[in-house]
Ligand binder design. Structure first.
Ligand SMILES: Nc1nc2c(c(=O)[nH]1)N[C@H]1C(S)=C(S)[C@@H](COP(=O)(O)O)O[C@H]1N2
Ligand SMILES: [Mo]
Length: 157
């Protein structure tokens, strides 16, 4: 099985995880039904904090880089505020999350801010995430910077 998620950067143990690896993560790190925290969302998630405890986040890790090579979309957000609420939705009805819902892996913050009002906004809910990277400083981020860019991005969806 091919890895679907790489975890790198400021971690003791860089990881390459397959869908089966995600399914095998301990129940304490799983959220079997995301609709319990986000009524419009479906599927099962693994908690960001769980993933980072497996990788061994270093104390100097301050930013979370979210990368999608599928469409070259990237965000870098402060780790502290999302550590305990960030989710990676990876499964729907026993199968990888469909691309139409942002799969195979989608980052999701249940109580995100509206687009572009805060660093941790709806735009940071990356679809098709394949790489999480912990950094000391803010990393590469190509989320839309103004309303025009943002509209153009959504027009592509
Ligand atoms: N990979 C990727 N993730 C992305 C985007 C994108 O263009 N590519 N758009 C972002 C933006 S601007 C928003 S508002 C949300 C929209 O999520 P939705 O399509 O589930 O409503 O996805 C975010 N995640
Ligand atoms: Mo957005």
């Amino acid at each position: 099985m091919n890895p679907v998620l790489q975890i790198s950067g400021q971690v003791e143990k860089p990881l390459q995880l397959t869908f089966a690896d995600l399914q095998a993560i301990a129940a304490e790190h799983q959220l079997p039904d995301v609709s319990t925290v986000a009524p419009k969302r479906q599927g099962s998630a693994v908690k960001l904090a769980g993933l980072l405890s497996l990788a061994g986040a270093r104390p100097e890790a301050s930013f979370l880089g979210l990368h999608s090579s599928t469409d070259d979309f990237h965000a870098s957000i402060p780790l502290g505020p999302v550590l305990d609420r960030g989710l990676l939705i990876y499964e729907l009805n026993g199968q990888p999350l469909p691309v139409a819902q942002g799969g195979p892996l989608r980052f999701f913050i249940p109580d995100h801010a509206a687009c572009r009002v805060d660093e941790i906004d709806e735009c940071a809910n990356l679809k098709f995430v394949d790489h999480l990277e912990l950094t000391v400083e803010k990393g590469y981020d190509n989320r839309p910077e103004d309303e025009d860019e943002h509209e153009q991005l959504h027009a592509k969806e």
